[in-house]
Ligand binder design. Structure first.
Ligand code: F6R
Length: 610
């Protein structure tokens, strides 16, 4: 977490730095700061709180042409002015910003203190500023060599950028397990945690590998490994433009992203049915390998985990391969029973989530093949996977995930159909029918969004509630979990999702007069699922609950206080539709309660720490 940006070129550096930080604020917003490279000394300003606090303090910014900027999600040391980045050496000439955690900072700090360094913050980052300062002196003022040597002494995960007042036009960066991309401009260069930071200025980007050290000046970019060996940059074009990262007239990014879902789903599905077959050319496994698969394990966190839970129902049905879905943060600390006949699917919007990354590395150690389902081009998770299927949600800026979920569900469905087809366990007519039904989803999503106003109005009536429960069965169960997660993170309301069948095993004790219960009603009679949910509704109503049912047209729901109708589609596709009213409910609750919709407290978009 934390957003990092560096700039060197002809512009007044404060402008691209602040612009970049605004685009990266989704990564952390506890405090922000910049260091500008005036000759012989640095101009440094940093403030606790949101970027606006820093901007308010920047009335007199020197007109200089390079610098670094940081927006923080606190790990070591609270969110105070003192702990905000950049951190300086004792001469005030070298500044460092950091994303990640330096695990061995205490021992390094003790060593540096006994060598005479004075510390001013409680952060792990400040250690690097002092260490770099000493190493730079040892290496005749060469900041690049100093960075290489410093990194050899660091444990943990980090992206670091450093600038020194003696050569302010030169910025040095490095990454280990945290993101860093270089933007190649015309007579100017950038570094940032995410291309969003510099998309306004250039579409040419360079990805960095593990432990690669990069030095930029306005006209040059050089990359080396820790031994100093030159590495040729791997350049790529950024495919989305700056407008995609703006609110476009919506009150919040989250609302905009909810409304972008029809397009996101359509873009993810497009071109995936060729010559009467699902086409996933990216899946680089041979037909023999696919036929020999004994098990699929999905690893993910948060909303992406919920997408995995939904995927299990479809992949097992279509491919006849058993699917386990596990929180990445649990999987990585187990001795999992996976081997070369296991396909691990790592789902991640950002492609940088540390727990998912570590879980995929863990799976690879056991010989499993890893397929990433990811929304962020060239991020770490796809780079370290054997293959990647990109979702095409476009940039997701709001911290709460919406369009990523829907695209993750349809992408994993494509994988399920593909595996079923290769293994010959699903009829091609069925594949074609299901794909065509999926193609109807964007129009059905449009239909939900066109009629969303009454739901927004209804939601406001519940704004004073402190507990909301969500019930679902079958594929509706993960969606109930997702509805609860959205409400917790956005409106800070206690919310729980339950499988309908579990109600009587404990959760029903939570129901009291007026408790809102949102029930996702299955639109299938198979296994009596619809009737079972209708019974659950009666059970909670009898104990005083106010039930909001999410159901397709034509299903009678005695006992529901309110019914939100969604279009009819096959049961396995219902989660894509049913998720939307729950997103809108959480969004509207947050607005009504006055919380920060796009940047909820204590959270950050991309969780790059353990
Ligand atoms: C919730 C949310 C998080 C993410 C989770 C995984 O709204 O956004 O739960 O889903 O942190 O993030 P990615 O998908 O980037 O790995």
């Amino acid at each position: 977490m934390c957003g990092i940006v560096g700039y060197t070129g002809p512009q007044s550096a404060a402008t691209p730095l602040i612009e970049g930080l605004r685009r990266l604020e989704y990564r952390g917003y506890d405090s922000a700061g910049i260091a500008l490279g005036t000759s012989n000394k640095l101009f440094v300003e940093k403030r606790a709180g949101k970027l606006a606090n820093l901007e308010g303090a920047l009335s007199q910014v020197p007109e200089v042409h390079s610098g670094i900027g940081h927006t923080r999600w606190a790990t070591h040391g609270g969110p105070t002015d003192r702990n905000a980045h950049p951190h300086l050496d004792n001469e005030g000439k070298l500044a460092v910003i950091h994303n990640g955690i330096i695990e061995n900072y205490s021992e390094l700090k003790a060593e540096l203190q006994s060598a005479g360094h004075t510390f001013h913050s409680e952060t792990d980052t400040e250690t690097v500023a002092h260490l770099l300062s000493d190493l730079r002196k040892e290496h005749n003022g060469d900041l690049t060599i100093a960075m290489r040597e410093a990194v050899k002494r660091l444990r943990g995960s980090f992206t670091l950028l450093a600038v020194h007042a003696d050569r302010p036009e030169l910025i040095v960066g490095v990454r280990r397990n945290s993101p860093l991309v270089v933007g190649l401009g015309n007579g100017e260069n950038f570094m940032a945690s995410d291309v969003a930071a510099f998309i306004e200025y250039t579409k040419r980007a360079v990805e960095l590998g593990q432990d690669e050290v990069v030095t930029i000046t306005p006209t040059a970019v050089s990359i080396t490994d820790l031994a100093g060996k030159a590495i040729s940059p791997r350049e790529y074009q950024i495919t989305w433009d700056a407008a995609a990262a703006q609110k476009g007239g919506f009150a919040h990014f989250m609302l905009k992203e909810i409304f972008e879902q029809p397009k996101a789903v359509a873009d993810t599905l497009i071109g995936r049915f060729v010559n009467n077959q699902i086409a996933i050319d990216e899946l680089k496994l041979s037909e023999a390998e696919l036929k020999n698969l004994k098990k699929i394990v999905v690893i993910a966190c948060g909303t992406a985990f919920h997408a995995g839970l939904v995927a299990k129902y479809a992949i097992e049905k279509w491919s006849k391969i058993p699917v386990e879905v596990e929180l990445a943060s649990e999987f990585r600390y187990r001795d999992p029973l996976v081997d070369s006949n296991t396909l691990v699917i790592a789902i991640s919007q950002s492609g940088e989530t540390m727990d998912t990354l570590m879980a995929l590395r863990h799976a690879k150690e056991f010989g499993a093949k890893v397929l990433a389902v990811c929304n962020t081009n060239s991020s770490t998770i796809p780079r370290e996977s054997d293959a990647v299927l990109y979702t095409h949600a476009g940039p997701e800026i709001a911290v709460a995930s919406t369009k990523a979920l829907l695209t993750q569900i349809v992408a994993t469905y494509l994988i399920g159909l593909y595996l079923g087809q290769v293994r010959g366990v699903i009829k091609s007519a069925d594949v074609s029918e299901i794909y065509n039904q999926m193609l109807e989803l964007p129009a059905q999503l449009e239909q939900i969004l066109e009629t969303v106003e009454p739901l927004r109005e209804l939601t406001r009536k519940f704004a004073d509630k402190n507990t909301v429960l969500f019930l679902g069965r079958h594929v509706g169960f993960p969606i109930a979990l997702e509805g609860a997660l959205k409400l917790k993170e956005l409106a800070y309301i206690h919310a729980e999702g339950f499988a309908g069948g579990e109600l009587k095993h404990g959760p029903i004790a939570l129901i009291e007069e007026g408790t809102p219960v949102i029930a996702i009603v299955p639109n299938t009679h198979e296994h009596g699922l619809d009737e079972k949910m209708l019974s659950n509704i009666q059970e909670v109503k009898a104990r005083g609950a106010k039930v909001i049912a999410i159901a397709t047209e034509g299903i009678e729901i005695p006992g529901a206080t309110h019914i939100i109708r969604i279009p009819n589609s096959p049961q396995l596709l219902q989660p894509v539709l049913a998720a939307v009213p729950l997103q809108v409910f959480a969004y509207e609750m947050a607005v009504a309660r006055g919380t920060d919709v796009d940047q909820p407290r204590n959270l950050a978009k991309s969780v790059t720490v353990e």
